[in-house]
Design a protein around this ligand. Structure first.
Ligand SMILES: N[C@@H](CCC(=O)N[C@@H](CSC(=S)NCCc1ccccc1)C(=O)NCC(=O)O)C(=O)O
Length: 208
């Protein structure tokens, strides 16, 4: 597998989870950082299947859609469950995280000034669903007994929400413990402490 190259803008955005996942798997990757002014010229955009980034290259194999990239990495790094049923549940969790991520992105880019407070107020109604799954599974992961690509996606989106509202997990002990345990995994800790990670803004408009 690999070599891997991520092509994306100079933000964490929709590449935060895949970077954390590859770091945790001890997988190296190259970054092609696209300047937004260059992007607006349209040449690169015209080559993208859906006219958007991120793009992952796995050797000569090119993939778009951040969740398809996570699934591809999950397949190639034993992070997609032990059987078809677990894989289906992991897909379900990944889609649930995507629902939350879409709400977050919409608030950040379209409604930050007027909608941040009501978003935070409504956040527990979304986090309580993941808390219930995490508490029920008892392994410290969403599905099965080791990290799947859905765990990396949830972990990354929770990190972003802790920046938005540092107390948002205070009433969700299983999620709080999940974030602590994932953050403490040696390769993830090293990556989160790295300049490569810290220098990137979470979102493209500088809001968090
Ligand atoms: N479903 C896709 C969505 C990909 C996507 O939204 N990509 C955005 C960037 S990721 C994102 S969260 N976009 C929100 C706003 C933004 C735009 C540009 C840079 C950074 C953020 C993009 O390529 N925008 C440029 C364009 O459409 O011409 C996926 O999951 O990969």
């Amino acid at each position: 597998v690999g070599p891997y190259t991520i092509t994306y803008f100079g933000v964490r955005g929709r590449c935060g989870a895949m970077r954390i996942m590859m770091a945790d798997q001890g997988q190296e990757w190259k970054e092609i950082v696209v300047d937004f002014a260059d992007w607006m010229k349209g040449d690169l955009k015209a080559t993208c299947v859906f006219g958007q980034l991120p793009k992952l290259e796995d050797g000569g194999f090119a993939l778009y859609q951040s969740n398809a990239i996570l699934r591809h990495l999950g397949r190639n790094h034993d992070a997609y469950g032990k059987d078809g049923k677990e894989a289906a549940l992991i897909d379900m969790m990944c889609d649930g995280v995507e629902d939350l991520r879409l709400k977050y992105v919409k608030m950040i880019y379209q409604e930050y000034d007027t909608g941040k407070d009501v978003y935070i107020k409504d956040l527990p109604n979304h986090l309580d669903k993941f808390e219930a799954v995490m508490a029920k599974n008892k392994t410290g992961f969403l599905v099965g007994d080791k990290p799947s690509f859905a765990d990396y996606s949830l972990f990354e989106v929770l990190l972003n929400h802790l920046v938005l509202c540092s107390s948002c997990l205070d009433t969700f002990p299983s999620l709080k413990s999940f974030v602590e345990k994932m953050s403490a995994r040696p390769k993830i800790k090293t990556f989160l402490d790295s300049e490569a990670y810290k220098k990137l803004p979470i979102n493209g408009n500088g809001k968090q």
